[in-house]
Write a protein that binds this ligand. Structure first.
Ligand code: 13P
Ligand code: SF4
Length: 330
């Protein structure tokens, strides 16, 4: 089938089956267009929880589908591709434990640590965090969650994204370090695990200098997964939905260069929007999901031959849910 035929079939199956299609902003355009619910990580988790359909097809990356399954265990959550976010893969349960031990060795007691995990992490890591009394955050609420965490009087152990952790520390005027760097964790308020997003690492200070010189008055916008060197030089830093809102409110003739995933930036507006990079910053895992995959998933429900359903171990789900719910309480 060509793309138009696939879209027609997808729409037919959507009408026939009790299914909701959820799509993150970084999905390919043709997949994104098919979404009944679209948004950033936090919005998608919230909307999916409130949705009544028994079947949910999540077009995004693994941790997103997993989070929905944990929050709504009675739903059948399917993913056209169980694509795993590269940053989420940088830490697992064993690495988490090892890093807590490392912290203890450097003189920070376990009871003085409050772990916070970015939602871009596996259910296993969320469960470890939940068991230690910690919680989850997303890029749109990280500051609020860390603020709340610091009220415990403990140090924050932030996993896996060192850039988000450091950017929030700078925003709040706090001290941070990255485990393994030459700073003493005992001196830091936020201790970051050494993880990062390879897509958001592509944006460089030279790109900002290039655009500022080429178009005086241009605004620079970035996602908090970018290096602090980029975020501190940006006019606006926000999650994907915050970036979209900010740009939609700008006058159409205002030039803006955006440091986040290509599919989102390309969809923003036709003119005066630039990708803050000389390369094409595409997220390989977000781009794995195709229209054909989406169609195959819907067809598998119709034929009762489901293959890509998300399952989470019961004990892992229990603690991961606690960590996620602590975020929603705040
Ligand atoms: P948002 O929560 O801002 O949508 O970010 C998700 C993500 O993976 C960014 O790389
Ligand atoms: Fe993960 Fe980066 Fe892709 Fe976001 S852009 S899903 S953090 S790899």
């Amino acid at each position: 089938m060509n793309k138009e035929e696939l879209k027609k079939e997808i729409n037919r199956l959507k009408k026939k089956l009790d299914v909701t299609i959820v799509a993150h902003f970084y999905q390919r355009d043709e997949v994104f267009e098919m979404g009944d619910l679209t948004g950033d990580s936090l919005q998608l988790a919230q909307m999916a929880m409130d949705d009544d359909n028994p079947y949910l097809i999540f077009c995004g990356v693994g941790f997103m589908g997993e989070s929905v399954k944990i929050l709504s265990p009675n739903k059948r959550v399917l993913m056209p591709k169980i694509a795993c976010c590269a940053m989420a893969r940088m830490i697992d349960g064993a690495y988490f434990d090892e890093n807590v031990k490392l912290l203890e060795k450097s003189g920070v007691k376990k009871e003085d640590i409050l772990p916070i995990t970015y939602i871009n992490s596996s259910a296993e890591v969320k469960a470890k965090v939940g068991e230690m009394g910690g919680m989850v955050c997303t890029s749109s609420n990280a500051k609020k969650i860390i603020e709340k965490g610091l009220k415990s009087g403990k140090k924050i152990f932030f996993v896996p994204d060192k850039q988000l952790g450091q950017n929030i520390a700078i925003m709040m005027g706090l001290k941070s370090c990255v485990l393994g760097d030459d700073k003493d964790p005992k001196e830091a308020d936020i201790i970051c695990y050494n993880g990062f997003c390879s897509v958001h690492q592509l944006f460089e200070v030279e790109d900002i200098e290039f655009y500022r010189k080429k178009f005086p008055g241009i605004l620079i916008v970035s996602h908090p997964e970018c290096d602090p060197e980029i975020c501190t030089r940006s006019d606006f830093v926000g999650s994907t939905s915050q970036i979209i809102k900010y740009i939609k409110e700008l006058p159409l003739d205002q030039k803006v260069a955006v440091g986040t995933e290509y599919n989102l930036v390309n969809r923003l507006r036709k003119e005066n929007t630039y990708v803050l990079s000389s390369t094409k910053p595409e997220c390989p895992t977000m781009n794995e999901t195709t229209l054909q995959d989406l169609y195959n998933t819907l067809k598998s429900i119709e034929d009762d031959k489901i293959v890509t359903e998300i399952q989470v171990d019961e004990n892992v789900a229990k603690w991961a849910k606690i960590a996620l719910e602590r975020m929603f309480e705040i």
